[in-house]
Design a binder for this molecule. Structure first.
Ligand code: SF4
Length: 298
């Protein structure tokens, strides 16, 4: 699922002053752009400075569709938040998905389009395995947060802000696989940053930050001062490194297993070398798109 904050990035992230050649136009960090830079600064440059296309794949787009249906569902009165109503919303929303250029680019045949709808519906229906949405007290959906955290201008979109008996809860939907236990702490940093931004904006700290891996499980953490300080420190470091890379125009290539899935592999000699070496060791999944890029380059 595309993170919701990616939707606001394109028009707002890069607004450079044309009169100032030193102005990179990077006005703020969102969890998506920060995560992209941390994974690989060169990949971040391709995407956010060079603005090369990175169209979402089928799974990400199905997740985005599920996300939209759940957004509308949770805006309804609680008694109306039923699977039947979700189906009706999905039917209403389907034409706008079909007319989405990213969807058209997938060029799905009828059977593939049916599978797409099935994947999206599985994610939507998966909400009921985690909670009864009729019992959720929703304060806001798709809440834009805009705050300065540790000196860093930060923006994002919170999927849901809930009210529970002991206070607010920041909730984000995920349609990918639940990360292994050792990666879960890192995945929660996004919602902890949202919680920090909500605190700055509303003057009240959420009690918990939560990821709903649709159809699978919920991962959550208490919003403590220590947990927030840790993620804000990391954001500050990323912002400083990003500014420094922009000033020097030197962007590190941070190679690793994800190079085989990087949409910019064909423009990255370091990545091609990495995928080649990993492939020779049998360490690249055979469905990785990078294998075709490596084959074409050899
Ligand atoms: S191929 Fe790898 S090293 Fe190159 S930009 Fe992509 S992620 Fe970074």
């Amino acid at each position: 699922m595309e993170d919701a904050d990616e939707l606001l990035e394109e028009p707002l992230d890069l607004i450079a002053d044309p009169e100032d050649p030193s102005d990179t136009g990077v006005r703020y960090l969102s969890p998506s752009s920060a995560g992209s830079f941390e994974q690989c600064p060169q990949r971040w440059k391709f995407r956010y400075l060079d603005r090369l296309p990175d169209p979402p794949g089928e799974a990400a787009l199905a997740g985005t569709f599920a996300h939209r249906v759940l957004e509308v569902l949770l805006q309804l009165p609680s008694a109306d938040r039923t699977p039947e109503q979700a189906k009706a919303i999905a039917r209403d929303e389907w034409p706008s998905m079909e007319s989405d250029p990213d969807f058209a680019q997938l060029s799905l045949d009828d059977a593939q389009a049916r599978r797409f709808r099935w994947v999206a519906w599985s994610a939507i229906e998966g909400l009921w395995r985690l909670e009864d949405p009729a019992r959720v007290q929703v304060q806001a959906t798709e809440q834009v947060v805009d705050a300065t955290l540790g000196g860093v201008p930060f923006r994002g979109i919170v999927d849901r802000l809930d009210i529970e008996t002991d206070g607010m809860v920041v909730t984000d939907y995920k349609s990918g696989r639940v990360p292994r236990p050792r990666y879960r702490h890192g995945r929660l940093s996004q919602v902890l940053l949202y919680a920090a931004a909500v605190t700055e904006m509303l003057g009240e700290a959420p009690r918990r930050a939560r990821l709903l891996y649709l159809g699978q499980r919920t991962i959550e953490t208490d919003v403590t001062e220590e947990a927030v300080a840790e993620v804000v420190d990391a954001l500050t470091t990323t912002w400083r490194d990003l500014q420094s890379s922009c000033a020097s125009t030197a962007f590190e290539t941070r190679t690793g297993p994800l190079c085989a899935w990087c949409p910019y592999l064909d423009q990255c000699p370091a990545g091609i070398g990495e995928v080649t070496t990993r492939h020779e060791r049998g360490a690249v999944r055979l469905d990785a798109p990078g294998l075709a890029v490596v084959a074409a380059a050899s």
